[in-house]
Write a protein that binds this ligand. Structure first.
Ligand SMILES: [Zn+2]
Length: 389
């Protein structure tokens, strides 16, 4: 039996056993479905608990408890995480032995650099970005190193160095050091049993005309979002107007644009992520309009999840603050909003102004303001691209 076939047979066996596990807490789970993700806590935040990040499907973890709609799962001897019960199938009777980390390969094709990490099983992981110096960090759980060989080919252009550190007897930390300072995106997933990290290269020339920018008009269809304090207009209709305005400005500048939606349709946030991952834009911008129970709260805010993308959101925020009468609400990090969770491309959520504030609402309803916002966002992107090194 080939290793790949053995692995598929194992997964099949696991899935066959799930039927017996319905009524009781399973001993083990395997990740399934759309974008399973690990969380640090059971937090009651409006957007759910803080996320560790998305993980691939067909990863087995031991269940050590249940809380609400979450399974508490063991990552390593000393670490655990939470995962939505909708993202897994449960089963019994498995002993999970640590995987071995084997040989690696670093190379590149015409678009991406790849770091392929050989493993003897699909294990959980998390990743994060570091800046100054710019690095991608990955932590692998329930794994022991047997890595004595890392092939590095000159076709790799974005990766400067790779190495690992066995931090705990079953936790391996991987460092991918980047050539460029600016993070431009990476994806992580399994190719069979090898963990494949694909790293996007920062374009050699900072030329907006060669870029594709995805614009996401928040809400839509049955998800109307916030509503205007005096006008009662829906957020979903105005995010679309701002998105169309930015589309026009960018097209005029010969920038390629992809629209997540162009009509009043319902699209789940997870589907926006899957759509973007498939379309692979250079940048992703999501427009929303804010709302607060305190009617005096007003102003513009930009949001990022990953520190490597903060400079992008700051570039946009700085230009938006040049608009007369638009106040500063802030630049917000570690934000747990689904459309900006992917590491795949730099993303920025813009909460343009507050529909719950009378002065902000008046501006939102003004077509001249909408054009100004779009133009300043364009200038913000242009400024940011110039800072790349
Ligand atoms: Zn919104």
């Amino acid at each position: 039996m080939t290793t790949r076939f053995r692995f598929i047979a194992f997964v099949f066996l696991v899935l066959c056993k799930t039927g017996t596990a319905r009524d009781s807490i399973p001993s083990y789970i395997i990740t399934t479905g759309k974008l399973p993700q690990l969380a640090y806590s059971t937090g009651e935040d409006r957007l759910g608990s803080a996320k560790m990040g998305y993980i691939d499907t067909m990863i087995v973890m031991k269940v050590i408890g249940t809380v609400k709609n979450l399974f508490k799962v063991q990552l390593s001897a000393s670490q655990y995480a939470f995962i939505d019960t909708n993202h897994v199938q449960g089963f019994h009777d498995t002993i999970l032995s640590p995987a071995l980390c084997e040989s690696w390969k670093v190379n590149g094709d015409d678009k991406f650099d790849s770091v392929s990490i050989g493993l003897t099983g699909r294990i959980p992981y998390k990743s994060w970005m570091e800046i100054n110096p710019s690095r991608i960090k990955i932590e692998l759980y329930n794994v022991q190193s047997n890595t004595n060989w890392i092939t590095q080919l000159s076709t790799a252009k974005a990766v400067k160095n790779v190495w690992y550190d066995q931090r705990e007897s079953d936790v391996l930390q991987i460092t991918i050091e980047l050539v460029k300072q600016q993070h431009y995106g990476y994806s992580i997933g399994y190719n069979g049993k090898s963990l494949l990290v694909k790293i996007r290269r920062l374009p050699a020339a900072a030329d907006l005309k060669k870029m594709t920018i995805a614009i996401d008009a928040g809400h839509g269809g049955t998800n109307v979002g916030a509503s205007g304090v005096t006008s009662k207009v829906f957020e979903k209709d105005y995010t679309l107007l701002f998105a169309r305005e930015l589309q026009k400005v960018l097209k005029k500048q010969k920038v390629k644009v992809l629209m997540v939606r162009e009509t009043d349709t319902t699209i789940e946030n997870k589907d926006r992520v899957l759509w973007a991952q498939q379309n692979n834009p250079d940048l992703f911008i999501s427009f929303h309009l804010n709302s607060s129970g305190r009617n005096y709260v007003r102003g513009v805010s930009t949001y990022y999840k990953h520190i490597g993308y903060r400079s992008f959101t700051q570039g946009i925020q700085k230009r938006l603050l040049e608009i007369k009468d638009l106040k500063e609400f802030g630049n917000i990090g570690s934000f747990n909003f689904t459309p900006i969770q992917p590491t795949d491309y730099p993303s920025c959520l813009v909460e343009i102004a507050f529909l719950s504030n009378v002065q902000d609402e008046k501006m939102i309803l003004d077509p001249k303001f909408r054009y100004k916002v779009a133009y300043q966002v364009f200038l913000g992107i242009k400024d940011w691209v110039k800072t790349w090194k």
